[in-house]
Design a protein around this ligand. Sequence first.
Ligand code: C2E
Ligand code: CA
Ligand code: CA
Length: 563
Amino acid sequence: MMNKDFKSAFTERRTILIVDDEEINRDILAAILEDEYALLLASNGKEAFEQLNSHGDSVTLVLLDLNMPVMDGLTFLSAKKAIPSLRNIPVIVLTSESKMEVECLHAGALDFIKKPYESPEIVRARVGRIVDLFESSETIRMTSRDAKTGLFTKEYFEFYAPSHCAANEPHDMVAVQLSNYALVEEMLGRELLEKTLLSVGSFLLEECEKYNGISTSYNNDIFLFCGKHRDNYEEFVAKLRALLDELPHGQNIRFKVGVYANADGSLPVSVYANRAIDSIAPILNNHNAMLNYYDETLHENSMFQEKLVQGFRDSVNNGEFVAFFQPKYGILGSRPVLAGAEALVRWKHPEYGMISPGVFIPLFEKNGLIRRLDREIYRQAVDRLKRLKKECGVEIPISVNVSRVDIFDPELTGYIRQLVKEADVNPSLLHLEITESAYTENTADLISIVEGFRNEGYQIEMDDFGSGYSSLNMLTNLPFDYLKVDIGFIKNMLKSEKNILLVKSIVDIAKMMQTKVVAEGVEYQEQYEYLKSFGCDYIQGYYFSKPLPADDFVERVKKELAA
Ligand code: C2E
Ligand code: CA
Ligand code: CA
């Protein structure tokens, strides 16, 4: 569409629509203009619409008489203004009454030609001027608009939005994200996707008109809208929802709206845009929430995260990341026996104090720094194994966590092999914990990598079992030596009879597959007793001990040995 318009504007003769009820007037104008332009004729507003409906794409200008039967010029002007596809076609009014000029300007006319017509040169000059003006504005419009949505391109948005924000009235920056864009494209097809984009585009254009706004398709699935401030966006969301619902399969298309209110022009537009987009993150996985407003703490949070990332290298070098060790007890004998430990990282941050791994592990998994961090923890764990052997003469296993990001690091095996060799530690004492959900992501590759680890002699523990969704069927094909019940099951087990049975079934599954089973997060005697009666092999939890600093852990081992 857009391309055709663009081309025709430059290669074909421009078309002018002359609307006048008096034949003689039409003829005079036609005689003046026919050498240069293609002409369409109409004798009233209604006929003019008929002409525009069949030739609207190519009409460059309308010359409009005011007093006509059926539909007069002013009625035509205001009706045309309401039709988006016709709105931009310029109109020159043909009039003998100069008092009508203001009214016509308000109704959208661009210029006047006085009746009776002055010299043909003057008529041609006025017409030529408006045609040129229109074409330059169309050129801008076409290069500044994105064909898929009809909205401004990103570049134009970035150029114009600052002046909107800096206007006297406060503006809001709004991000609309189609949450299942890829799915829509894949399941419902390209055509529906294109319809969806156009619908969102025309909705936003309407909003632009109402709220003196500007809008763009920011990237594939995100739209930005910047318009006059309003107190809430419930109606905005409801309208867009209703619009999408009207499309075939439209109910399957979900979206989220994030709002940064009161952008005052004091910050770059990109900052407002990012904040509007960031405010969607907290509701991304919440099916019930469609709207969220930017909140300062979000900003603080991302600043905080940025600081953590920036300081990462120094923190590693300064020894701020330390492994703590949480003892694991074998419970099936006559009394519990310390049987190993899990290494859990702690960050002693010079500014923020002790930071929990729940805060920084997901962040470092996102940017890959986890690989460096985990190597540091593996080094400390192997060092502890070496010291246990040397100082206490015991060989008990230590488990380390292998992030899903680590697994595909081709140099990881070599690194660990080197560590174990240098420390002269038996590889079977190093247990690698891999979370269940990692197994379900990339099963075939993962299985062969994990088999590789096992061949080197390490033991594999499947962590967080029950939190992923591996079927029993699949489970029997996965290589592992220990199964760690997800902490959630243990936390909830005492809440109902059913939950207790659930834990029992998980232990049964492990037995059936002839792997050892570890329950973590055990805090109470009652949990411990149930687990023992079910035949659970090991327990890790506050019931026995919290994660301990490395030296305290060695002390603990010594004490247990003495007992
Ligand atoms: P996870 O591997 O499932 O570790 C068990 C978590 O449960 C640990 O939390 C542990 O401190 C906690 N826990 C153990 N017993 C109890 C209990 O009785 N009650 C309660 N409420 N909690 C208990 P932590 O240390 O905060 O670690 C959280 C997660 O961070 C870990 O979950 C693991 O996924 C990850 N993580 C910790 N250290 C590392 C590491 O060195 N590398 C990697 N890649 N991930 C790590
Ligand atoms: Ca773990
Ligand atoms: Ca776990």
